[in-house]
Design a protein around this ligand. Sequence first.
Ligand code: SER
Length: 322
Amino acid sequence: MKNILVIGSTGQIGSELTMKLRANYNASSVVAGYIKGAEPTGRLAESGPHEEVDITNAQQIAAVVDKYKIDTIYNLAALLSAVAERKPQLAWHIGIDGLLNVLEIAREKHCAVFTPSSIGSFGPNAPKDGTPQDTIQQPKTIYGVTKVTGELLSNYYFERFGVDTRSVRFPGLISYVTPPGGGTTDYAVDIYYYAVRGEKFKCPIAPGTFMDMMYMPDALRAAIEIMEADPEKLHHRNSFNIAAMSFDPEIIYQSIKQVIPDFEMEYEIDPLRQAIAESWPNSLDDTCARMEWGWEHRYDLQVMTADMIDKLRRKFATNQQA
Ligand code: SER
C-alpha cells in the first residue's frame, strides 16, 4: 500500500482508520474521501489530502485515483443496519452500485480494494453460536443483503479479473471517537456515554441478546493487516469472520458497574433493532482469519470497558474546559 484512498473517511470507521493509515504510512499519501455535508475537520482535514469522493459518482472516484496514483482503496461508504432498513433503496445504491463503481475503477487502474462486511451478512438460518466461516448466508435485512452481495461481487472481481479484493466481517464496533449512528450494535457504544455522564441508560436491546463486538483499535488493525497479508496464504478473501468478544446487555452493564457502581440501566426495547439483532449470530468462529493471516484480538470486554471509561472521562473533561 503506497497511495491510499479512503472512501467514507468521515464516518464511524473512516475517521479513525484514515488517521491510523496516515500514522503507519506516509500521511500525504492517504487521501480522505468525503461527501458533501460530511467534510473532514480538525486533524483529519489538516494531516493529509482530502477530496470530495461520492461513491455513487464513478468519474469523481476515477479522477482522484488518477490524481494521487492510488493503489489501494478502502471502501467504507455504507448505511448502518437500522438506517438502511428505513432507506433500503439508498442502502443498495451506496452499498452495491457504489461498490461496482469502485471495483470497475480498481480493475482498470489496478487497485486493491478493502470493503467491510459484517455479522449482519448472516441471517436466522445460519448456526447461531460459533457461526462458521463458510455457512448459510440468508440475511433478512437490506444491510445484510448488500453485505452478502458485496462479498460475492468482490470475490467475482478477484476470480474473473484478478482484482485484489479483501474483506473482514466486522462485529459491532465500539469507540470513544466517532459515534456510529443507526446501527443495531450502537447501544454498546451509547451505554458508555451515559455511564460516564452519570445518566440512566435506556437499553434498546433485550437482555439475553448476544452479539459479537470489538474495540475499534482491534478493528483498525484488522483492516490494515488483512490488506498486508501474504496473498499466497489466503484461501478466503471476501470475507473473513473476525471476533473479539460476545456479550448481551446485562454483561456489558455489569462490566461498567464494576468501574461505576451506581450506574443504572433499564430496558426500552426498540422493536426494529431487536428484530435485527435476533436474526444475527451470537458469536462468530474466526479460526480461518487466525490461521490464514494471523488475526488476533487484543481487547476483551474488561480491558475495553476500562479504556472506554478512561478515554470518555478525559474527553468530557477537555470539552468542559474548552
Ligand atoms: N454495527 C453494524 C450495525 O449495527 C453491524 O455491522 O449496523
